[in-house]
Design a protein around this ligand. Structure first.
Ligand SMILES: [Zn+2]
Length: 385
C-alpha cells in the first residue's frame, strides 16, 4: 500500500473532537509528564514572571506545585493530579492541556499540584509507598473516627488472597461466579459501599486508608502557607481521577446532594451533570482528600471554598459486570504486589491494571480533554464573575 494511502487512512480514524497533537499530552512515564509540565510552565513564566513553583520534598522525591497568578488575584482554582498514582497520567495531561491554552484570567489565579501520590505515579500503582489509598487517608477528625469494616473483613479472603495470582483459563469465570454469589448474599449496593468507602483494618488490603495521616498533609499546609495565605475570596478545587463510571464520560462527583459543597456546585454546573454520593450506583468515601483540603482552607481563613472530583470512566464500573471486572483488576494488582506471580503473569496483570486507569484508546483520551475543556469553561465562568 502506498504511504500516502496509509497516511490518509490514519487521518480518517484520528478523532476529530480534539487535535491529534493534544494526544501528545498523554505520556508513558511520570518523568516525561513532569518534563512536559516544566516546559509549558517555562513558557508561561516568560509571559507572567510572577508565576512560581513550590517544591515539596519527602521520601519519594519532589512534588511540584505551580502557581500562575492573576493580574489582580481575587479567586483561585486548584487542580490536583495523581492522588491515585497511576491515574496521574490522565490528570497530568488534563492539567497541561489546560495550562497550554489558559484563557486571559482577570482575577483567577491557577494552582496546579502535580503528582500528589508521587510514588504511585512513578510506579503505576494506585496506592502510595505504604499501600495506602490517599483518597481514603484524609480523615478530618482522627480522634473521633471509627470505620465500620465488618463487611469488608468478612470478605477479606475474597478481596485479598494471600498467594500469588494466576491468570489461567478459569480464573476469570471463577472470579465472576464468586462475585455474583457475594452480590446475591449482600446486595450490590451494600457490597459497593463496604468495599469502596475505604477500610482501616487490613494494611495489605485494597482500599486501605492508613492508621495515620500521610506526608502529603504537609504539602497541603506548605501550599496554603506559601501560595494562598489569606489572599483569596473564592477557591475552587478540582481533584482529577479515572476509573469509576461510564467509559468515556467525565463524571462530576460530589458528596451527598444536600451538602453545602453540592449546593455550591449546582451554581456552577447543571444538576443533571453531577453524580451525588447518595445517588444509585455512586458511593460516599471516608477520608477524601478534597473534603480535607476544603476543611483546612476554611480553618485557615474564611474562604468560600468548594470543589469537585472529576472522574473519567473507563470500564463501565457503574454496571454490575463492569464493577466486577474493575474489582478483579484491583485485587489482582494488589495480590501480585504482595505475592508476585511469574514475570509473564505479572506483566499481564500490570498491563490490565494500567489500561483500567489509563486507557490507551486515542478516542477515550481525546474525549477526556474535550469534556474537561467543556466543564472548565463553567468553572472559570464561576471564578471570573
Ligand atoms: Zn481515583
Amino acid at each position: 500500500m502506498p504511504i500516502s494511502i496509509i497516511f490518509s487512512f490514519f487521518l480518517m480514524i484520528t478523532p476529530t473532537s480534539a487535535h491529534a497533537t493534544d494526544l501528545n499530552y498523554f505520556k508513558n512515564t511520570y518523568e516525561e509528564s513532569e518534563q512536559d509540565f516544566d516546559r509549558i510552565f517555562k513558557q508561561i513564566k516568560q509571559k507572567n514572571p510572577k508565576s512560581d513553583v513550590l517544591e515539596f520534598q519527602y521520601s519519594q522525591g519532589t512534588i511540584k506545585s505551580y502557581l500562575i497568578p492573576a493580574a489582580t488575584p481575587e479567586n483561585l482554582l486548584i487542580m490536583i493530579s495523581g492522588t491515585h498514582g497511576v491515574e496521574g497520567f490522565t490528570g497530568s495531561a488534563v492539567q497541561r492541556n489546560l495550562l497550554a491554552q489558559l484563557p486571559e484570567l482577570k482575577k483567577t489565579s491557577v494552582l496546579m499540584i502535580h503528582g500528589f501520590n508521587l510514588y504511585g505515579f512513578k510506579n503505576k500503582r494506585r496506592v502510595n509507598e505504604h499501600n495506602i489509598d490517599l483518597n481514603r487517608n484524609f480523615i478530618i477528625d482522627r480522634k473521633g473516627f471509627t470505620s465500620d469494616d465488618q463487611a469488608y473483613t468478612g470478605l477479606n479472603s475474597f478481596l485479598n488472597p494471600n498467594e500469588a495470582p494466576s491468570l489461567n483459563l478459569f480464573s476469570r469465570p471463577l472470579f465472576v461466579l464468586r462475585s455474583v454469589a457475594n452480590i446475591a448474599q449482600h446486595s450490590m449496593e451494600s457490597l459497593r459501599r463496604s468495599i469502596l468507602q475505604g477500610q482501616y483494618s487490613v494494611p495489605q488490603g485494597i482500599f486501605y486508608g492508613g492508621a495515620q495521616i500521610e506526608p502529603q498533609a504537609g504539602l497541603i499546609e506548605a501550599v496554603i502557607a506559601e501560595f494562598i495565605g489569606k489572599k483569596y475570596q473564592k477557591i475552587f478545587i478540582v481533584d482529577l481521577h479515572t476509573g469509576y463510571g461510564e467509559r468515556g464520560r467525565l463524571h462530576l462527583m460530589s458528596g451527598k446532594s444536600t451538602d453545602a459543597n453540592s449546593i455550591e456546585l449546582l451554581k456552577i454546573f447543571e444538576k443533571s451533570e453531577i453524580d451525588f454520593a447518595d445517588a444509585k450506583n455512586f458511593y460516599a468515601v471516608q477520608g477524601e482528600l478534597l473534603h480535607y483540603f476544603i476543611n483546612r482552607l476554611k480553618i485557615r481563613s474564611a474562604f468560600n471554598t468548594s470543589g469537585v472530583t472529576f472522574e473519567y470512566g473507563t470500564l463501565d464500573s457503574q454496571k454490575t459486570f463492569g464493577s466486577i471486572e474493575s474489582l478483579r483488576r484491583m485485587i489482582l494488582e494488589n495480590q501480585n504486589f504482595h505475592f508476585p506471580a511469574d514475570s509473564k503473569t505479572s506483566t499481564d496483570i500490570q498491563n490490565m491494571f494500567v489500561e483500567m486507569f489509563y486507557p490507551s484508546d486515542p478516542s477515550w483520551r481525546s474525549e477526556v480533554l474535550r469534556q474537561s475543556d467543556e466543564k472548565m469553561k463553567k468553572v472559570f465562568h464561576y471564578l471570573e464573575n
